[in-house]
Design a binder for this molecule. Structure first.
Ligand SMILES: Cc1ncc(COP(=O)(O)O)c(C=O)c1O
Length: 313
């Protein structure tokens, strides 16, 4: 397997522990992998991807990082935080969609002092063209990180996470993660095939994209990058999107309340609440046995929770 260098940006391995009260409530052993506690801003899955992506940017001599996402994007916020730690400039070109007010992750962008520009478009292609235009205007070499950091190199981040879990020696029958742009899911499914062959991975989809194709392609590209021959698994996907991407769902909010009330751990409305709701739904359907170990990957995102207007619900 080809080796790729990366920057050290997070505190890894992240903690992993059993959730005693939720385990009792759901009748199986539920564990949590705390990638929300990875040490940058409010933590989250993007740090593992950014360790590879920003190393690549530095190696290739880029000095201006640009990325995109929705107004409350955790990925964009963490890209800015990590880029500055490495002395790289960063501009965020966000979609003018969702909560643009200085709330939630936008407070962190403001504290970070990062330049945020909004574009009134639904087309990422248009945003990437605008990145090129800004780069040319500024005379800077722009490293464009795709939405969610989900490309072949970013996918290596969650392959590492699966290796990290395997190294703990704890066996898991099942693992559940969020799927928003596909890179985390691709890393978990391919990484489990390589390092946790007896663990079933289920990905809770929080958006309405053709994820079977997206996740499969990312796994193929990551396998090519690593120069490994492996049967690419078919990803197990569960539709947890509810009323729409980044719109809170009743099932997701119930899961957020369960996690907060029983374990005092914060989930968010866009990703981790809906992802954990997938685990709860499966447990209630009797999918897990009483002595199974089920691992939930906490991918961060708490900032987004504080952009929500809870009174209005
Ligand atoms: C907190 C959080 N969890 C999960 C995800 C989904 O990860 P991915 O984009 O790799 O599918 C995201 C994506 O932005 C996120 O911010």
């Amino acid at each position: 397997m080809k080796h790729f260098e990366k920057e050290s940006l997070g505190l890894f391995p992240t903690p992993m522990h059993r959730l005693p009260n939720i385990s009792r409530e759901l009748g199986t052993n539920v564990w949590i992998k705390r990638d929300d506690l990875c040490g940058v801003a409010l933590g989250g899955n993007k740090v593992r991807k950014l360790e590879y992506l920003l190393h690549d940017a530095k190696q290739q001599g880029y000095d201006l990082i640009m990325t995109t996402g929705q107004a409350q994007s955790n990925h964009a916020m963490l890209t800015a935080a990590c880029a500055r730690r490495l002395g790289l400039d960063c501009i965020l070109l966000l979609k003018d969609r969702g909560i643009t007010a200085r709330k939630g992750t936008q407070i962190l962008n403001h504290l970070r002092g990062v330049e945020v520009r909004y574009m009134d478009t639904d087309s990422y292609d248009e945003i990437y063209r605008e990145m090129d235009r800004i780069g040319a205007e500024l005379g800077r070499k722009v490293y464009k990180i795709p939405c969610g950091g989900s490309n072949a190199l970013g996918t290596l981040g969650y392959i590492d996470c699966m290796r990290e879990i395997a190294a703990s020696g704890q066996h898991f029958d099942h693992l559940v993660c969020a799927c928003g742009s596909g890179g985390t899911a691709a890393g978990c499914v391919l990484g489990a095939r390589l390092h946790l062959p007896h663990t079933q991975v289920m990905c809770s989809m929080v958006d309405n994209e053709p994820f079977e194709q997206i996740v499969t392609e990312l796994m193929q590209q990551a396998a090519e990058l690593l120069e490994i021959q492996v049967d690419i698994p078919v990803p197990q996907l569960l539709d947890m999107c509810g009323p729409g991407y980044s719109i809170p769902s009743a099932e997701g909010n119930a899961a957020i309340e369960m996690m907060m009330q029983l374990e005092g751990i914060v989930l968010d409305t866009c990703y981790t609440g809906k992802a954990f709701a997938g685990l709860v739904r499966r447990a209630k359907e009797g999918y897990y046995k009483a002595d199974d170990n089920v691992l939930f990957i906490h991918t961060g995102g708490a900032g987004g929770l504080f952009a929500q207007d809870w009174d209005a619900e």
